[in-house]
Design a protein around this ligand. Structure first.
Ligand code: GTP
Length: 600
């Protein structure tokens, strides 16, 4: 396939605007999958993969399509569907020359439409706007077209209006892709270089890499190397996804396909990396960034006996997901565990869900933390990923120049009547308004600078509930800003519980401090003596609750009664103790931590 008969494109859309449905329709239309019966399996398999982990994103597919007498090779490159993965999205887009901007005609443009548009625009891609769901009674094409025109200044004269569900006008999509999206420009006679934009782990062959070949040619047996890690590999298989792996023996400039080369773990396959032949000098492709964790949490087994098993499960899961960072961590309160770093909260939730569902793990996850930054007087810096690394009062007083927290630029789109509630929400989360514009007569797009720490808790849920589900939301990194940060500790009978320390903005300490002692009181059981629960900033107590002493002895009920019953009860109590943690003289079952941390 000479480059002029190749097109590399993607579909970008807000969640639920119909990206997967359109992709399925195009695959059927080009007979890549059949539209009757047997295709179901292929689709279902893809669906399962999608449900099982947003990071399992092997959705790139090559299609063949005849147009005006020529056969074209069309590569549909999928992009992850969530803001946590915006770097991966930008690398997938870098492997394309154009993209379909799919907008639900009933919903109009949403926050992710805007965010994805700018990613594609930034990559210099040709953008084809397409309205979807025109079959819906609520579809309003005129209004959606106006929104797209005013927000993106795109030429709407040849806008396509389709229904991915019913198939209306599906046949207009691929001709438009061929006519409007330029072919790849790579040169086949140049030394081989390719962009790695996706990878996944296969239990039989190891890591499978998706490459976009920019120049030259790669074939089975070639010796290749990564510009980032300088690791060397031998290509054992190369081919295209059609829709499953089909070996082709080689890939040349302009093509997109998979390469198997003996990589053992996903951590060797860095999205954004350039691959080239060993010993060949090339210019590295632009835009490489190492995966950056933005949310960290401690993970501990509920039953400490599960440590080994959980360790194996975490290793297996991270084989497939290089973007999770893993460090062992020991907590006085919770025992041995890990500090894991994720790209965002959705990424974290998915990982946790997979641990629980696929590996039946029973875990306690501590309050998530964002990477705070300590700037010292001597100008050096330290990133704090764990409250235990937060400067103590002495270090704070003598060495620290300032504390900083990561910020994001959030985009929200919603009907005008929710303006008040949205401003109130952002205000309560220490937000600062940057911009607002009307995208049409009734809908507003608002931009706010917000601390990432405020966004990773329940911001999204609050946004949805306060706007009756109508507000959409997306965000991008906006660097670090100075912040008045403190570490709040929890004390049980005056002993600190390390696993419950948390870094907060000073303005939140009172509210959180009071809330936590109340909730802890509910999950900690009465014991034979009084328990004092306190939250504190250093030596300063914020809030206090007391659990009165338990009066009755566990055996009191059967005083003078059945001795074997008494023995049984005592035995039961002893077993229960195995899963208890001593904080000073207070016994806390792991379950109490679980209940407390889970009910956020
Ligand atoms: P994610 O995979 O969750 O990011 O969503 P998506 O953008 O891939 O959307 P998906 O294709 O899963 O479609 C979301 C919902 O919209 C599904 O219930 C589809 O059946 C429905 N849908 C997609 N296209 C159309 C359409 O043209 N008309 C109607 N009425 N419904 C559609």
């Amino acid at each position: 396939y000479p480059a002029e008969y190749i097109r590399n494109f993607s579909i970008i859309a807000h969640i639920d605007h119909g990206k997967s449905t359109l992709a399925d329709r195009l695959l059927e239309y080009t007979n890549t999958i059949s539209s009757t019966g047997s295709n179901k399996q292929v689709l279902d398999k893809l669906k399962v993969e999608r449900e099982r982990g947003i990071t399992v994103k092997a959705q790139t597919v090559s299609m063949f399509y005849k147009y005006k007498g020529n056969e074209y090779l069309l590569n549909l490159i999928d992009t992850p569907g969530h803001v946590d993965f915006s770097y991966e999205v930008s690398r997938s887009l870098a492997a394309c020359q154009g993209t379909i901007l799919l907008v639900d005609a009933a919903q109009g443009i949403q926050a992710q439409t805007v965010a994805n548009f700018y990613l594609a625009f930034g990559e210099g891609l040709h953008i084809i706007p397409v309205l979807n769901k025109i079959d819906l009674p609520g579809a309003d094409c005129e209004r959606t077209i106006k929104q797209i025109e005013s927000a993106f200044e795109l030429d709407m004269s040849s806008i396509l209006k389709i229904s991915a569900k019913t198939g209306v006008n599906i046949d207009s999509i691929l001709p438009s892709v061929i006519e409007n999206i330029p072919p790849p420009t790579g040169i086949i006679d140049r030394p081989f270089r390719a962009l790695l934009f996706d990878s996944w782990y296969d239990q039989y062959v190891g890591v499978v890499c998706m490459l976009g070949v920019v120049d030259g040619k790669i074939k089975k047996g070639d010796k290749i190397t990564s510009a980032h890690s300088i690791n060397k590999y031998e290509v054992t298989e190369v081919g295209i996804m059609h829709p499953e792996q089909v070996p082709t023996g080689y890939l040349h400039a302009g093509q997109v396909g998979y390469v198997i080369c003996g990589m053992k773990t996903a951590s060797e396959a860095h999205v954004g990396d350039t691959f080239h032949h060993v010993g060949q000098k090339i210019d590295e492709l632009p835009g490489f960034q190492p995966a950056q964790s933005m949310v960290f949490a401690g993970i501990f087994p509920v039953d400490t006996n599960d440590f080994q098993r959980l360790d194996e499960s975490i290793t297996k899961l991270t084989l497939n997901d290089a973007s999770v960072s893993v460090h062992k961590e020991t907590s006085h309160a919770l025992g041995q565990g890990w500090r894991l770093g994720f790209l965002g909260t959705l990424h974290m939730d998915v990982f946790r869900q997979r641990l629980e569902n696929e590996y039946e793990a029973n875990i306690i996850a501590t309050q998530p933390t964002v990477p705070y930054r300590v700037v010292f007087k001597d100008k050096t810096t330290r990133i704090v990923r764990n409250p235990s690394d937060f400067p103590d009062s002495e270090e704070r007083a003598f060495k620290v120049a300032r504390l900083e927290e990561p910020m994001v630029l959030a985009t929200m789109i919603f009907p005008e009547e929710y303006m008040g509630k949205m401003i109130e929400l952002c205000g309560s989360r220490r937000g600062e308004q940057r911009d607002y514009v009307f995208v049409d007569e009734t809908r507003v797009m608002m931009k706010y600078i917000l601390p990432l720490a405020e966004v990773v808790t329940d911001f999204y849920d609050e946004l949805k509930s306060r706007s009756s589900g109508y507000a959409s939301f997306d965000y991008e990194d906006a660097g670090y800003e100075e912040s008045d940060l403190v570490k709040m500790t929890v004390l049980l009978n005056h002993k600190p519980v390390d696993a419950l320390s948390v870094i907060l903005h000073r303005s939140q300490v009172d509210t959180v401090g009071r809330d936590w002692v109340k909730r802890l009181k509910k999950v900690i059981q009465k014991q034979l003596f009084e328990i004092v629960i306190q939250t504190a900033l250093g030596a300063k107590i914020i809030a206090r609750e007391t659990i009165p002493a338990l009066r009755k002895n566990v055996t009191a009920k059967c005083y003078g009664g059945d001795v074997s019953r008494k023995m049984k009860l005592l035995q039961k109590q002893k077993e229960g103790k195995k899963r208890m943690k001593m904080i000073g003289n207070v016994e806390i079952p792991q379950k109490a931590f679980y209940d407390f941390l889970d009910k956020k």
